[in-house]
Design a protein around this ligand. Structure first.
Ligand code: SAH
Ligand code: SF4
Length: 349
């Protein structure tokens, strides 16, 4: 059976050419053709001999997703639904950012799994359950497809799924997209968002040091977190804290703690106090308070105390920002991503 060439890192491709008794630099030529020139057929890679092009074409294919739909929100987030080769659907979002002085740049929000096994109560993806992990090439292809629209400088792994439960493929996709012989994206411009799979945070610290880390905390009170994020019960807050200390020591990176503010659920004074207690001795964290986007599977509402909550954190010495999520009017915002292949629940938002 043919294989997707976008599953291969440069080193793996070099190994493949070596096995054919071909020169290693052929791999760089292929990387250049696919990731810089954006060739979509081996037969058009004219730096290779006709024979070699045909060999590649017999062994590999180049994944090209079918676009099912796209919708752009009023605030410039475009949600794409792509169909995978097994007919599963995933979503990827292209976000246009503009800073105070009018500079604009684009961020790709990528999926890492079809669904997610962790079942967080506030998250549409969590309600889908897990169907399967995405392959490396399927992660890479999302980026390339979004970049057909605009040059992209940043990636956030905040789409469908838990990136650290598909660690090897996420790692390879990062290696491919940051390879200087290909797309050469800056590693510092990539953020992995995890719900807190602690053993994998250690691995990340040891292996992919330059990407940024965001941790979805949402409550610093253990029983509350267990109820909001039932899939994380095996990774308690004290162990998460130890993992973050290790991560910071090893990488020197700061860590963002993401905290959704849900009305009457995790936005009280004692919730804020618990968050201060959790974060106070972690001098390398900053808290990102996230506006809750409503989804039709629970009765959660956005908190009415966003500013008050932020003020409490600031006066208690934490760094805390308030993020207004983009794309809510097309369900492209975080936590609203869910696909609707036949087996999945359909969300009419
Ligand atoms: N599984 C990873 C990455 C995907 S979720 C994680 O949990 O971090 C990306 C972000 O969207 C997380 O911070 C998540 O908590 C947030 N999110 C989930 N549901 C949301 C909702 N309804 N409104 C706003 N953000 C939400
Ligand atoms: Fe999975 Fe993240 Fe959604 Fe939780 S918030 S269900 S970990 S995608």
């Amino acid at each position: 059976m043919k294989k997707d060439i976008k599953n291969l890192t440069l080193r793996e491709l070099e190994g493949f050419f070596a096995s054919l008794n071909e020169k290693k630099y052929r791999a760089k030529e292929v990387f250049n053709a696919i990731y810089k020139e954006r060739k979509e057929s081996f037969l058009t890679i004219t730096t290779l001999s006709k024979e070699l092009r045909e060999t590649l074409d017999n062994i590999f294919y180049i994944t090209i997703f079918k676009e099912i739909s796209r919708k752009t929100s009023k605030d410039d987030a475009t949600k794409f639904v792509f169909e995978l080769s097994d007919k599963r659907l995933i979503e990827s979002v292209l976000i246009k950012n503009t800073n105070k002085i009018g500079r604009t740049w684009f961020t790709a929000c990528l999926s890492t799994q079809v669904g997610c096994p962790l079942g967080c109560q506030f998250c549409a993806t969590g309600k889908m359950g897990i169907i399967r992990n995405l392959e490396t090439g399927e992660i890479v292809e999302q980026f390339l497809r979004l970049e057909r629209e605009n040059p992209i400088s940043n990636i956030v792994f905040m789409g469908l799924g838990e990136p650290l439960l598909n660690y090897e493929n996420v790692k390879k996709a990062i290696q491919i997209l940051t390879d200087e012989n290909g797309r050469n994206l800056g590693k510092r411009h990539i953020t992995i968002s995890t719900s807190g799979i602690t053993p994998m945070i250690y691995k990340l610290a040891d292996e992919i040091q330059s990407v940024k880390l965001a941790v979805s905390l949402h409550s610093a009170i253990q029983i509350k977190r267990d109820s909001l994020m039932p899939g994380l019960k095996n990774y308690p807050l004290n162990k998460l804290k130890e993992a973050l200390v290790y991560y910071n020591k090893k990488t020197g990176n700061t860590v963002t703690l993401e905290y959704l503010l849900i009305d009457g659920i995790n936005d009280s004074r004692s919730d804020a106090e618990a968050l201060v207690k959790f974060s106070r001795d972690l001098r390398f964290v900053k808290v990102n308070l996230i506006h809750y986007n409503e989804i039709p599977i629970n009765n959660f509402k956005p908190s009415s105390k966003e500013i008050e909550f932020q003020k409490f954190l600031l006066t208690n010495g934490l760094r805390a920002t308030l993020r207004l999520s983009k794309g809510t009017d097309v369900s492209a915002a975080c936590g609203q991503l869910a696909t609707n292949s036949k087996e999945n629940i359909q969300f009419k938002i």
